[in-house]
Write a protein that binds this ligand. Structure first.
Ligand SMILES: [Zn+2]
Length: 203
């Protein structure tokens, strides 16, 4: 049951954003998307906004969580929002630790970069992604120990990572940007677009 062997020609958006999740969950998410109910679902699940707008505010936010849960981890050298970071591929996907070569020494940079879209994201999702990045101070890979640490810092972590994937899927759809990789079937005109928070209307 855990090995979905769906040989569909082009994966649905839900299958892309929820790769690795149970097929039932993927199809439920795809249904929400097709029915234009993703925005409503997210607004109900994640109603709280946050006020972390600047790199300085983000630093304080991250530092507070680090002090609480990972007091002995090495100090952070940089914390900031990053407009180029792609959440699905880079933050949730495979990780590469940034290293700097200096002379003969290989130095690890302790930095936390958070994709800019989290400035506007619900509070719970900011917390989730910060917890994720903090856990990487201890565990490089997305292994069992990594997720246990995430769960320790944020008991609702697993659900929130799922919600984040839905949020990203909804954001991509609302934006309808052409820069999202492989060509994909656009949302079908089901009688009006879903509510787009802060979205633009017709050009
Ligand atoms: Zn990661």
């Amino acid at each position: 049951m855990t090995s979905p062997h769906l040989a569909s020609p082009s994966p649905s958006p839900a299958a892309r954003f929820l790769a690795g999740y149970a097929p039932e969950l993927i199809s439920q998410a795809e249904t929400l998307r097709l029915e234009g109910r993703l925005g409503d679902y997210l607004a109900r699940r994640l109603p709280e906004p946050h006020q972390v707008r600047s790199d300085a505010a983000l630093f304080d936010y991250v530092q507070a969580l680090k002090t609480r849960h990972l007091r002995n981890a090495e100090p952070l050298q940089h914390v900031g929002f990053d407009a180029k970071l792609r959440v699905l591929q880079q933050a949730l996907g495979t990780h590469t630790r940034r290293t700097q070569v200096q002379g003969s020494r290989l130095k690890m940079r302790r930095e936390i970069r958070i994709a800019s879209l989290f400035r506007e994201a619900p509070a719970a999702l900011l917390r989730m992604i910060v917890v994720h990045e903090l856990a990487h101070l201890r565990e490089l890979d997305h292994n069992k120990a990594f997720y246990q640490l995430c769960q320790h810092m944020e008991p609702d972590y697993a659900q929130l990572e799922f919600d984040l994937r839905l949020y990203l899927m909804h954001a991509e759809e609302s934006k309808c940007g052409p820069s999202a990789g492989p060509p994909q079937a656009g949302p079908r005109p089901l009688g009006g677009p879903p509510d787009v928070p802060g979205g633009r209307g017709a050009p």
